[in-house]
Design a protein. Structure first.
Length: 251
C-alpha cells in the first residue's frame, strides 16, 4: 500500500474522537467499513451456519467449490459482516473463489468460548455442504486471526482434516499482552494501545481464565504441522504477537 493511502486511512481513523462504549465502537467500525461499499457485481446471500449468521459472496466467475471462510476483527467485541464486507468480497474476487463471512457472537455479552464455538460451527457447516477441507481457506484479522488459528488447532487435536491454508491479518494471538511493542510502538500506532487491549481482554476472558492458555492465546500453542500460512502485519502496530508467531513459522 502506498504511503499516501496509509496517510488517508490514518486521517479517517483520527477524524473523530475515539468512541466510548461497546455500541458506539461497533457503530464506528461499521461506519468505517461502509466507506468502501461492496462492488455492484458481487452477489451476496445470507445463510444460517448452524445457528451462526453468515454471508456468502460470489464475484463473477467465482469457483463455488472453493471457499474463503473469514472471521472479522474487532477484538472479539466489535466488527461484523458489514464492517469487513468489502475486504472479504474483494479477497474472494482476487482468489477467484466464493467467500463465507461469519457474524460470531461478541463479548462482553458472550465471553470465551462463544466466538470460538461459533467458528467451529461455521467450519462444520461448510463441511456438511460437501466442501472438501482441502478446498477451504480460513482467514481473519485481529480477533478473527485468533479464531482462525484456534479453529485449525482444534481440528488438529481432533485428528480431523485441516483447511488448505490460513490467512492472518494482524492476528491477536496473545491476550496476556506479553509483547514488548505494546510500549515501543505505542506512539505510532493510531488505533491499538495497551489500555484498550486490556479492556477487550477483560471483556472476552474473565480473570478466572488463564490468558496464556493456547485455547485462548494461540501464541502459546505448538504450531508444528500447521498448514501453509500467510501472515500480514504493519510495522507500526503495537501488537508484537504476530512477530512471535512468525518465528514459529509452520513448515
Amino acid at each position: 500500500m502506498a504511503e499516501s493511502e496509509i496517510a488517508n486511512i490514518r486521517a479517517v481513523l483520527l477524524s473523530k474522537p475515539r468512541p466510548v462504549g461497546w455500541e458506539q465502537r461497533r457503530q464506528r467500525l461499521d461506519e468505517v467499513g461502509s466507506i468502501w461499499p461492496v462492488a455492484d457485481d458481487v452477489e451476496l446471500r445470507t445463510v444460517d451456519c448452524g445457528n451462526v449468521a453468515g454471508e456468502w459472496s460470489f464475484s463473477p466467475g467465482a469457483d463455488t467449490t472453493r471457499v474463503l471462510l473469514y472471521f472479522h476483527g474487532g477484538g472479539f467485541c466489535s466488527g461484523s459482516i458489514l464492517s469487513h464486507r468489502r475486504l472479504v468480497t474483494e479477497a474472494g474476487r482476487a482468489a477467484g473463489i466464493s467467500t463465507l463471512a461469519i457474524d460470531y457472537r461478541l463479548a462482553p455479552e458472550n465471553p470465551f468460548p462463544a466466538a470460538h464455538d461459533d467458528a467451529m460451527s461455521a467450519w462444520r457447516y461448510l463441511r456438511q455442504q460437501g466442501i472438501d477441507a482441502g478446498n477451504i481457506v480460513v482467514g481473519g484479522d485481529s480477533a478473527g486471526g485468533n479464531l482462525t488459528i484456534t479453529l485449525i488447532n482444534a481440528l488438529r487435536r481432533a485428528n480431523e482434516e485441516s483447511p488448505a491454508c490460513a490467512w492472518l491479518i494482524s492476528p491477536w494471538t496473545d491476550l496476556s499482552m506479553s509483547g514488548t511493542t505494546l510500549q515501543s510502538k505505542d506512539q505510532i500506532d493510531p488505533i491499538i494501545h495497551r489500555g484498550y487491549l486490556d479492556e477487550l481482554a477483560d471483556a472476552v476472558a474473565p480473570a478466572s481464565l488463564d490468558r496464556r492458555s493456547p485455547f485462548l492465546s494461540p501464541l502459546f500453542s505448538n504450531l508444528t504441522g500447521f498448514p501453509p500460512t500467510l501472515i500480514q502485519v504493519g510495522s507500526a502496530e503495537t501488537c508484537s504477537q504476530t512477530r512471535h508467531v512468525s518465528r514459529r513459522r509452520p513448515r
